[in-house]
Write a protein that binds this ligand. Structure first.
Ligand SMILES: [Zn+2]
Length: 202
């Protein structure tokens, strides 16, 4: 009888583990969760610091809980007439290798041998826009600026840019995201290190 119970418990744990794992590893198109979030995938064009297309999809994919958290951020920003514009979300591992070959500097590109950040569906590169016009708000630098002006605590930018960076950081932090020290636009969702690296073609 005891053996039967143990077997039952193990079976239950087994199903729980696989069901939850499968669920939390599901990538979703962010616009199916919140169509008001703007998407402009810079690496799907050649208008990025590498000058080449890194991956083809101009849609933005992240894990389901990350999409829900971004929706909450968007809702909160909307009260101020602001919204999010995403430059990058999930990146296939092959794309991470492509970036690493061009820029093997861990301050700006994660080492693909260690898995990376964008390869888990838990990271986003994001800025603020005015909802009405879609126009980007002034920030300390543009995307993929590799100078210290892009650092999250860089104090020397114009006051308006510092204020906007603060609004973005406050809203993202409130909903479970942590900013990266060297890039004001990069955020990781909580417990990202525990999420598996995914190599899904997008
Ligand atoms: Zn990033």
């Amino acid at each position: 009888m005891r053996l039967k119970n143990a077997f039952f418990t193990i079976t239950l744990l087994f199903f729980h583990y696989f069901f939850v794992s499968a669920q939390s590893s599901t990538l979703v198109n962010i616009q199916t969760v919140d169509p008001t979030i703007r998407i402009e995938i810079v690496y799907a064009t050649d208008k990025n610091f590498t000058g080449t297309v890194i991956y083809k999809s101009c849609q933005c994919f992240v894990l389901e809980p990350v999409a829900q958290a971004l929706r909450a951020v968007q809702k909160e920003l909307a009260k101020q007439g602001l919204g999010l514009k995403i430059w990058d979300g999930y990146r296939p591992l092959s794309a991470q290798w492509k970036l690493w070959e061009i820029c093997p500097d861990t301050r700006y590109v994660s080492d693909p041998r260690k898995g990376g950040r964008h390869t888990r569906g838990t990271a986003v590169d994001v800025t603020l826009i005015t909802l009405k016009t879609g126009k980007e708000l002034r920030m300390p630098t543009g995307f993929d600026d590799f100078t210290e002006k892009a650092w999250s605590n860089y104090p020397g930018a114009p006051p308006e840019a510092l204020k906007n960076r603060q609004i973005l950081h406050n809203a993202m932090k409130k909903h479970g995201f942590t900013p990266l020290e060297t890039e004001w636009w990069h955020f990781d969702y909580k417990n990202w290190q525990e999420c598996p690296v995914l190599d899904v073609q997008i």
